[in-house]
Design a binder for this molecule. Structure first.
Ligand code: HEC
Length: 143
């Protein structure tokens, strides 16, 4: 019974904290293998590509392009992430990341349903707060 409590306690702690260590710049460093780091950073660059596509679409008043670019960064992007990699990410990292993918899905939907350019700009400001929040808190270190 006591052993189980410890095992479950350790499991819960790991689920919440992921695999992180302190870093010199006061952020938490998520410790990943080199290839896992490449996967996460590749996703990051894809997020930036989507933002770029959304902004270009807005500039051309091409709302179809905006919607397509937003979907590219939606939940589908994270669907096939390896569970072992997911387990190494702290809970709030996953919550922020998944929340952001859902925001991109919602943006795509709202644009299809007639969201105005000004509304898209306000929404992008809110969404990119999540980029800032996570970047201020976490970095990646590979072993
Ligand atoms: C849940 C956490 C999280 C969120 C949300 C997040 N990022 Fe990141 N991002 C990271 C981490 C961690 C790194 C690695 C930073 C480091 O090691 O210094 C990173 C790195 C990057 C990089 C560098 C990629 C490379 O090849 O080096 C880009 C570009 C980037 N993010 C873009 C974005 C954009 C744009 C958004 C929002 C639309 C975003 N990120 C949201 C965690 C996040």
């Amino acid at each position: 019974m006591i052993l189980w409590t410890i095992v479950i306690g350790v499991f819960i702690k790991f689920f919440i904290t992921g695999q992180t260590i302190p870093s010199a710049d006061n952020r938490r460093a998520v410790v990943l293998s080199a290839s896992e780091k490449d996967i996460v950073l590749g996703e990051m660059r894809a997020l930036l590509i989507s933002l770029n596509g959304i902004l270009k679409g807005l500039g051309n008043d091409d709302f179809k392009a905006v919607s397509i670019a937003a979907t590219a960064a939606g939940s589908g992007m994270a669907a096939d992430l390896n569970p072992l990699l997911m387990a190494k990410l702290p809970l709030d990292f996953k919550t922020l990341g998944m929340g952001l993918h859902k925001d991109f899905d919602q943006l795509s939907l709202d644009v299809k349903n007639g969201m105005t350019k000004d509304q898209v700009i306000v929404r992008l400001g809110e969404m990119t707060n999540k980029c800032l929040a996570c970047h201020a808190t976490y970095k990646i270190e590979s072993k």
